[in-house]
Design a protein. Structure first.
Length: 658
């Protein structure tokens, strides 16, 4: 007997159920396949038990083997730095029904691999459960991290480039012509270069950032942005006062990127090299002119000396002609000596061998001496020239602590120039100003003057106002360079004021060094006049000289002061004579056979300290005078020897002996 409540299934119903079950299984398999392919999974969580049922895809992603897993187990797979985020999200889902969408990292238990997970969850209130999907985004996350690292690296490179770099968008007018551009991004070097911060630059136009920017920049960059043609060029910024090597390219239309490399130092070095090359060429030209000029200045007086010397030895010459020719020879010799002195002086200045010997002297006395000398030397010219000596006050004495000989040399060169270039009018020199720390002297004339363009050139070595073979005036062209060099050593200066055909004034300034002057007053004493008649006729002068013409010259001077003269070429013979005879004065040359004059002087002074010795030498370099006095000599004179100066030195030594 069949019960009434029993449900009887016929064959067709069973078949339909089987088919539905098979479809579910098929759908499940297809879903699992999709999960595998799509790298995602489905999961459900019971909010009461906190048990999670993962799908096959979820199990694969998490590396699980079991069909269920607790929330605590899943939590353990999460990396420590992400656990707080996962705990907060799951707690809110279970307790409050709050959905979540989070990304985190796990360490998969099956292979210990770290995976990047993206989970999206919802709450099903009727069944008190949560459900969601889990995505394995490891590859995308790793790629993103790499991209971020690369971006960070690129940004680091961008900001630390040696060149200033900027990205810009071109601005065009209605005709499509570039008129300005906008700063989209710049690096740190750009900030450093312009002195502007990014916030002062970004989204601003070039005109706003650099008001004096060249229009050529905008046109050039506009061509790059609109045509895509890259360019490299060198330019100069007036705003920044810098030279740049610029490279520009266009990543896409209307945009361009540009780098600026500061090449200011390189550019200035190049310009300095060009200037140095031009200076070297000019120096070579000037030296060639100088050598040609020196050849002329040396050969001209030599021609007079040699020519008139040969005439003096010819027959039929009366006394008046001999005296006239002798005067020409003497003047030519002085001119030649001036050239040689200039060459020696400029060589000493350029080699920093010019010696300064400071001591106390009366400046007024020096200037009066110079005035007398130039009056005697230029008697013929003074018929057309008013020659004046002017003091700044009524002082009869102005004490200065400096090098008297170098001050004399400076004024001599300036006065020589004044007399050379002044044919008529006036020449005036003197003291412009006297102060505790400085003296100002001046030399003024009404001569031909100096063009303004030449007024600085004249103080340079080898330079003259007129150069080449067409010069109207003779001279070495070294005088003013020597003046400048001497004053530089004295810590002074020289300046010029002049106009063509209106005359010239040189102003000389040098330290007075008042703090080094003596505290006592020096009385003015008229020196004793040393006449030749003051020397006794019986005195003997012995000379040590190996050059026969020079020895004959010494003999002539000795006779002029009324003395006997004996000369020795070899020092040993001369020493024997001195030891055996009464000798009143010895004239000693430096360059001798057997031993030099310094050694001979030391021997004589050791045995006969009372006999005065005058050393004369053609060596006039720094230290020669000091060597002479260190050897024990009583006086010193350089060759060629002035007869008047030499006679005075001889008479002085002979008088002091008695």
């Amino acid at each position: 007997m069949i019960k009434k409540d029993l449900v009887v299934l016929n064959y067709s119903d069973i078949t339909e159920c089987i088919q539905q079950r098979n479809e579910i299984e098929d759908n499940k398999k297809r879903l699992e396949e999709v999960e595998k392919l799509a790298n995602f999974g489905y999961w459900e969580i019971d909010c009461e038990t906190e048990v999670i049922k993962p799908s096959l895809g979820s199990k694969i992603i998490y590396g699980l083997t079991q069909n269920t897993v607790t929330l605590d187990e899943v939590r353990e797979y999460t990396l420590p730095e992400d656990r707080g985020k996962v705990d907060e999200s799951t707690t809110n889902l279970i307790q409050k029904g709050v959905s979540f969408n989070i990304k985190y990292k796990i360490r998969r238990p099956s292979d210990d691999a770290i995976r990047h997970i993206h989970t999206i969850a919802e709450f099903w209130e009727e069944k008190n459960m949560g459900y969601g999907i889990v995505l394995d985004i490891t590859e995308a996350a790793v790629a993103h991290e790499a991209l971020m690292e690369n971006k960070e690296y690129l940004n680091l490179l961008f900001d630390n480039m040696n060149s200033a770099f900027g990205q810009h968008k071109i601005i065009t007018d209605e005709k499509g012509e570039p008129v300005d551009y906008i700063f989209l991004d710049v690096n740190n070097k750009f900030e450093e270069l312009t002195g502007l911060k990014k916030e002062q630059i970004l989204n601003k136009t070039l005109r706003q950032v650099l008001p004096n920017a060249e229009n050529s920049w905008i046109k050039r960059y506009g061509k790059v942005a609109l045509t895509g043609k890259s360019t490299i060029f060198t330019d100069y910024s007036k705003d920044l006062d810098k030279y740049f090597e610029v490279a520009a390219f266009s990543p896409r239309r209307e945009y361009f990127a540009v780098s600026f490399t500061d090449i200011t130092n390189r550019k200035k070095t190049e310009m300095d090299l060009v200037a140095a090359k031009e200076k070297a060429i000019e120096s070579d030209r000037l030296k060639t002119l100088f050598l040609a000029n020196m050849s002329h200045e040396i050969r001209t007086p030599l021609n007079g000396i040699l020519g008139f010397s040969s005439l003096l030895t010819s027959n039929g010459m009366d006394d008046e002609q001999r005296q006239y020719y002798g005067k020409i020879i003497e003047n030519s010799g002085h001119r030649l000596m001036t050239v040689i002195d200039d060459i020696v002086n400029i060589s000493m200045i350029q080699s920093n061998q010019l010696k300064i010997d400071n001591y106390e002297f009366d400046l007024v006395d020096l200037l009066e001496e110079i005035y007398v000398v130039y009056q005697k030397q230029n008697q013929e010219k003074l018929a057309q020239i008013d020659f004046k000596f002017v003091l700044s006050s009524d002082s009869k004495m102005i004490l200065v602590y400096s090098d008297k000989d170098r001050i004399f040399q400076v004024l001599k060169n300036l006065l020589d120039n004044a007399f050379k270039f002044t044919k008529e009018g006036f020449i005036e020199f003197g003291i412009r100003k006297v102060e505790a720390d400085e003296i100002q002297l001046y030399v003024r004339d009404s001569g031909i003057g100096i063009a303004e363009s030449k007024q600085q050139v004249i103080f340079e070595t080898f330079r003259q106002v007129e150069e080449g073979q067409g010069r109207k005036y003779d001279g070495s062209g070294l005088g003013l360079a020597i003046v400048s060099g001497i004053l530089d050593k004295l810590k002074g200066s020289v300046s010029v004021t002049s106009a063509l055909n209106k005359g010239t004034e040189f102003l000389v300034c040098f330290p007075r060094n008042e703090h080094k002057l003596s505290s006592y007053t020096i009385e003015m004493i008229t020196p004793h006049r040393m006449d030749y008649e003051d020397v006794e006729q019986s005195k003997t002068i012995v000379s040590f000289e190996d050059d026969i013409p020079s020895a004959e010259f010494l003999g002539t001077v000795a006779e002029m002061v009324g003395c006997r003269h004996v000369n020795f070429v070899y020092p040993t013979q001369g020493l024997e004579y001195v030891r055996s005879n009464k000798v009143d004065l010895i004239l000693m040359d430096v360059q001798l056979p057997e031993m030099d004059g310094y050694q001979v002087t030391q021997i004589i002074k050791a045995e006969f300290p009372e006999i005065p010795v005058i050393i004369q030498t053609a060596f006039v370099m720094q230290g020669d005078k000091e060597k002479a006095f260190s050897a024990g000599c009583d006086d010193y004179i350089s060759k060629p020897i002035s007869i008047d100066v030499f006679r005075k030195k001889i008479i002085k030594c002979l008088q002091e002996e008695y």
